[in-house]
Design a protein around this ligand. Structure first.
Ligand code: TYD
Ligand code: MG
Length: 466
């Protein structure tokens, strides 16, 4: 048998096969329809010349070898180039920097600092020699300049435009050929042909579609700013999240400088990462060590203060839980929880009463997570219980002690994930004791350096520690 040729020719129209190129297809008599494709040992290509299949669009694709399923080893990844935003905290959340041609949505409450963040990104990109346009539909050029003046020096090719018509914006982008564009905000943009009012679902969808096409066709990174409604969803709803490549949320309380940038969707990286920033008089500064930041100002030797550890993505962050327990003056005891779940605190109080014999029903109880951050992680339970007990007895816990563990309704202390990381972080910050669920001790075959592990099985054991 003759050795099969490496490539073979096909008619794009009808799938007729031939060993050599032909001007006119003998099958369908069309001209210039022959394409070259790798020959397959299995004989006939699926769909090729097989009755009507060869004349359908799918059949033609198959005939040209374009629809052939591939093995992993045959797939080439085009090691996509990443551009640094000049902010490590943001680069990490993006999965290692910006990917050109991607659409990145930055959501958050009004006033949280979205415009400030993106203006700083623009400044860094332009400073690194990239061409950038910041398009605002919300603020005037002079308002933007006032904000920019707070951030310091600007240099390079950074341009500003106040415009809301996407037809005009598209023309400017195609003409100016920037590498990155900021659209502040997507809710203010409109397309004349889309009919409905700016900010409506239809307009937001159409506008995003236009920008998506611009980003892909011209290989431009486009940032979209999106406002979040009080219910916590992006105004001009969730569908926006499906259309873009990356969704980041900028979170925080307005009156507290601490800000968290969280990835909730990322086609180019994990969504487990967070970036931590602090809003200052001169813009956002990166917080490289959130634990240190959150614990700054923690009182020494104060009752009701306990250090706990939460996981923000894959990063452990130490926090201070504060509890205040005092006698109720008027019949009905008061209970408040700031930064954590109110119902969870009530549940823990009930567990302490029933399983550890602490009588708190005639006490006012206040629980607060210092620093204005909100955490609803069950691993904080044990810390809350110990802070409450400490305040109730007015007996401070060891200042160099960190606590984590989930508390169940039977008063049992249950395992939590990433125990090793939490312990490591505490040791790194100079903590000498860690109280943790007994079951987590098996994760530490050899005792970690510099920190003593104390396993507890239930809340009673934890409360009896001091
Ligand atoms: P902004 O970026 O306008 O928020 P968004 O675009 O999310 O609505 O930021 C608004 C707040 O940030 C505003 O209250 C002022 C404050 N801010 C600072 O504290 N320092 C600064 O350097 C800047 C530029 C703003
Ligand atoms: Mg803004």
């Amino acid at each position: 048998m003759a050795k099969a040729k490496a490539t073979i020719f096909f008619c794009k129209e009808c799938g007729h096969e031939s060993a050599k190129w032909m001007g006119q297809c003998p099958g369908c008599h069309e001209w210039n329809t022959f394409v070259e494709a790798p020959n397959q040992t299995s004989g006939k290509r699926p769909g090729a010349g097989r009755g009507p299949g060869g004349s359908t669009a799918a059949g033609r694709f198959l005939a040209a070898g374009e629809l052939r399923p591939k093995k992993l080893s045959e797939i080439e990844t085009s090691g996509e180039k990443r551009t640094s935003t000049g902010m490590e905290e943001l680069d990490r959340v993006l999965g290692g920097g910006l990917v050109s041609g991607s659409l990145v949505l930055v959501g958050g409450d009004p006033g949280i600092g979205k415009s400030t963040l993106l203006l700083q990104v623009c400044r860094n990109l332009a400073g690194d020699g990239h061409r950038v346009i910041y398009i605002s539909g919300e603020e005037s050029l002079s308002q933007i300049k006032l904000r920019a003046d707070r951030l310091g020096e600007f240099s390079g090719d950074l341009f500003f435009l106040c415009e809301t018509s996407l037809e005009l914006i598209s023309e400017v982008i195609v003409w100016e050929k920037p590498e990155a564009v900021v659209i502040d905000s997507i809710q203010t943009m409109y397309r004349e042909d889309a009919g409905s009012a700016p900010g409506s679902v239809g307009q937001v969808r159409e506008s995003t579609q236009t920008l998506l096409r611009l980003a892909k066709e011209n290989n431009i990174t486009i940032f979209l700013v999106g406002h979040v409604t009080k219910e916590g969803t992006m105004a001009g709803p969730r569908m926006l999240e499906h259309m873009v490549d990356t969704v980041l949320y900028f979170e925080g309380e307005r009156n507290v400088p601490y800000r968290i940038l969280r990835g909730v969707k990322n086609r180019f990286g994990s969504t487990n990462e967070i970036g931590v920033f602090e809003m200052q008089g001169s813009g956002l500064s990166e917080v490289a060590n959130p634990s240190e930041y959150m614990l700054s100002g923690k009182p020494e030797g104060a009752s009701g203060s306990v250090t706990v550890c939460t996981m923000e993505g894959t990063r452990p962050v130490l926090l201070e839980i504060q509890a205040l327990v005092c006698r109720t003056n008027f019949g009905m005891p008061r209970r408040t929880a700031a930064g954590t779940d109110y119902n969870r605190v009530n549940l823990l109080l009930a567990v302490m009463e029933k399983r550890a014999g602490l009588h708190l029903s005639d006490c006012d109880v206040y629980v607060n997570i210092a620093g204005g951050i909100r955490v609803n992680e069950p691993s904080l339970d044990l810390g809350i219980v110990m802070a409450l007990a400490s305040s109730h007895r007015d007996a401070p816990v060891d200042d160099r002690m960190m606590v984590f563990g989930e508390v169940g309704l039977s008063g049992e202390v249950r395992a939590v994930n990433m125990a090793e990381k939490r312990v490591q972080e505490a040791a790194k910050l100079g903590y000498t004791t860690c109280v943790l669920p007994q079951v987590c001790l098996s994760r530490f075959p050899s005792p970690p350096r510099g920190i003593r592990l104390v396993g507890v099985r239930n809340v009673k054991e934890a409360i009896d520690l001091w």
